[in-house]
Design a protein around this ligand. Structure first.
Ligand SMILES: *[C@@H]1O[C@H](CO)[C@@H](O)[C@H](O)[C@H]1NC(C)=O
Ligand SMILES: *[C@@H]1O[C@H](CO)[C@@H](O)[C@H](O)[C@H]1NC(C)=O
Ligand SMILES: *[C@@H]1O[C@H](CO)[C@@H](O)[C@H](O)[C@H]1NC(C)=O
Ligand SMILES: [Zn+2]
Ligand SMILES: [Zn+2]
Length: 622
């Protein structure tokens, strides 16, 4: 507020007594005139009213001025319409970039914003790029639970329908639903998927595969390269999850069978295949003029957390780097087309850090997503084709709170970003190092283990006030509550960051867009299926014919060829049929049924999860 506005906003000096001042104040606070001096009551009330009016009017002018200034500066740097015509319908050539911040709830933003302000010495009004593009929020429940998983969450985005937890673009009646990516491909758009986890994981899978259960990742890998009723629908696939594409005879495979999905991609569907950073950089240097379709599998399973990747960035690209390559490639490939592209980019591991309750890993994941979001904005600014960016989350993970009561005494009103800043590695890195150490020798004494842990904790977590109890707990950790959880908890407690679950929560999540006018249908509070419906509307897609085609066509898959998997001898002898995998619940190693609505890492299966986390991580479900 400027000096010249002060007289208007300052309370006028009272010409009379202090009684007058009290009366004025009563009137201002209660909206009721006081009764003490009846003769001047009306006049005083009028004055008070005028004063209130003046204050409100001034406030309104200031608010409007600020809003206008903001709007016009946005408008100046973004003269494009986003592809919306004057009739309120999208028209002309246009691109849609849809970003998913898996497991990022509103508190993740608050956590990351404060951490960044602290570490970079920024003022309290310094915002993330995402903060400046908030347009609404999304309600996330699935058809089977108030708390969704990523599969049902992504099915809402891909098909625009609610389904059950675990569904990969399959409806509650176990019939497939056509996706926006499939319909976009049919309509002549180019398509791409970029993720930081396995490409066969639930979110990316939902755009280009259909499976009754998210666990059928071997099946999903085949479908994603084109081995399913629609043939190849994705032009560009960049991410991790190589292990589900390699035959079980190969080092680094996690497939149950000997199908070589990389060979299938290359030979049957014409993909160019790369599996390392050097090849990625070579493609990057081609300025977008690379051969599509492209299959880039840059990690066996997940790309390491940003906090760890920062130290192996010569091996793995960041989310923003992958996003930029995808944008360049799809833009170049659609240069001479009258149709643009649809690209989904996922910051996949915000969710993983939430599952582990590791706030130090999470803030770097959110920052990486923020940078990727910014990279997409810059692309839209500089590209001659109109386009829209929408980013949202499928759900919140962890029940994160930027506060934590550690003792019975009165809670403190604070949390400490410094603790997150001091950590230089994730729980995942710590757990892997610890596992390596334990495997290095069978004769390690308890004392040696304690010394090793103390060293790791101080150098990698930046914690020097660890207690003997904490060290003991890690040495004695069980698969049910693995070392990973202990490492993350040490950070959370010291930072006074709270978590209510190692699973997901039902919190509403934020919706962001390149500009509110670019996604008018998503301004305000919405059901998550409206996000999918918006994508279809913006690209002018009809999903019905795709759904029909999926239901009518059958396809022979290696899965259905050996349909004895499901015990269905009819399907096995026909050699096809259940191309989406059996609808029933799969049995786990102990022949127990896996509940649909529990977090898949529920305690009964924690042993497998923990073991998976320690070696390849290929079995982790989020
Ligand atoms: C590899 O897959 C084949 C089926 O394709 C199976 O018969 C074989 O047992 C598997 N090998 C291993 C080591 O899992
Ligand atoms: C963070 O690290 C610095 C430098 O090692 C240290 O002085 C400080 O006490 C640490 N802060 C916390 C909260 O552990
Ligand atoms: C087995 O597969 C056949 C052919 O695909 C199908 O018609 C039948 O419903 C399946 N049976 C069961 C029990 O899933
Ligand atoms: Zn998720
Ligand atoms: Zn999850």
């Amino acid at each position: 507020m400027t000096r010249s506005e002060e007289p208007l906003l300052a309370r006028p000096a009272s010409p009379n007594s202090s009684t007058n001042e009290i009366e004025e104040e009563d009137a201002l606070l209660t909206g009721q005139p006081t009764n003490r001096s009846p003769t001047s009551k009306a006049r005083k009330w009028r004055e008070a009213g005028l004063f209130v009016w003046a204050v409100l009017a001034t406030a309104a002018v200031i608010v409007l001025a600020v809003v206008y200034q903001h709007e016009s500066s946005v408008a100046r740097s973004r003269p494009k319409t986003g592809g919306w015509g004057p009739d309120g319908k999208p028209s002309g050539k246009r691109n849609m970039i849809f970003m998913v911040s898996d497991g990022m709830g509103p508190t993740s933003l608050s956590l990351t914003r404060s951490w960044r302000q602290y570490t970079s010495g920024l003022p309290i009004d310094d915002l993330l790029v995402l903060d400046r593009h908030l347009i609404g929020s999304s309600r996330t429940r699935s058809s089977s639970s108030l708390v969704t998983d990523s599969a049902a969450g992504a099915t809402a985005f891909s098909c625009g329908f609610k389904s059950y937890n675990g569904a990969i673009s399959v409806l509650p009646d176990h019939t497939p639903c056509g996706t926006v990516l499939e319909a976009a491909k049919r309509a002549g758009y180019m398509t791409g998927l970029v993720v930081t986890t396995r490409l066969t994981d639930a979110t990316p899978a939902c755009f280009a595969a259909h499976a009754n259960r998210r666990e059928y990742e071997d099946l999903i890998a085949e479908q994603m390269v084109g081995h399913y009723p629609l043939g190849r629908v994705v032009d560009l696939l960049i991410g991790g999850g190589r292990c589900h594409f390699l035959p079980n005879t190969t080092e680094g495979s996690c497939r149950a069978d000997s199908t070589d999905v990389v060979a299938m991609a290359k030979d049957d569907f014409g993909y160019q295949y790369i599996d390392n950073r050097a090849d990625f950089d070579n493609l990057d240097n081609q300025n977008g003029h690379l051969d599509l379709p492209l299959l880039a599998l840059l990690a066996d399973t997940d790309i390491p957390y940003e906090i760890d990747r920062a130290q192996v960035s010569d091996v793995y690209p960041s989310e923003a780097e992958m996003a930029r390559l995808a944008l360049k490639a799809l833009s170049a490939a659609t240069k001479d087309s009258d149709k643009g592209f649809f690209l989904m980019i996922e910051g996949s591991r915000i969710d993983h850090a939430g599952h582990a309750n590791d706030p130090a890993a999470q803030v770097r994941e959110v920052m990486a997503h923020d940078e990727a979001f910014d990279a997409v904005l810059k692309f839209l600014d500089g590209d001659e084709t109109e386009g829209v960016l929408v980013s949202t989350s499928d759900h919140e993970t962890g029940g994160l709170a930027t506060a934590r009561q550690l003792h019975e005494s009165y809670p403190q009103y604070r949390w400490y970003p410094e603790v997150l800043a001091n950590a230089s590695h994730s729980y995942e890195f710590m757990a892997r190092e610890w596992r390596k150490y334990l495997d290095s020798s069978s004769s390690l004494s308890r004392g040696e283990k304690a010394i090793k842990l103390a060293d790791m904790i101080s150098s990698d977590l930046g914690i020097t006030d660890y207690s003997d109890d904490e060290i003991d707990a890690i040495i004695d950790a069980s698969p049910v509550w693995p070392p990973a959880y202990h490492f993350a908890d040490m950070i959370s407690r010291r930072a006074q960051v709270g978590w209510s679950t190692h699973g997901h929560s039902a919190a509403d999540v934020n919706i962001y867009a390149s500009h509110p006018t670019h996604a008018p249908g998503l301004v305000g509070n919405h059901e998550n299926i409206e996000v999918g419906q918006f994508i279809a509307e913006y690209l002018d897609l009809d999903l019905e014919p795709v759904t029909k085609e999926l239901r009518e066509k059958k396809v022979k898959t290696s899965y259905s060829a050996s349909a004895s998997h499901s015990g269905n001898q009819t399907a096995a002898s026909e050699g096809w049929g259940e191309w989406m995998g059996p609808p029933g619940l799969p049995a786990n190693d102990n022949a127990q049924l896996v509940s649909l609505d529990e977090y898949h890492g529920d305690f009964k299966h924690r042993k497998r999860e923990a073991e998976a986390a320690m070696d390849c991580g290929c079995g982790m479900k989020h």
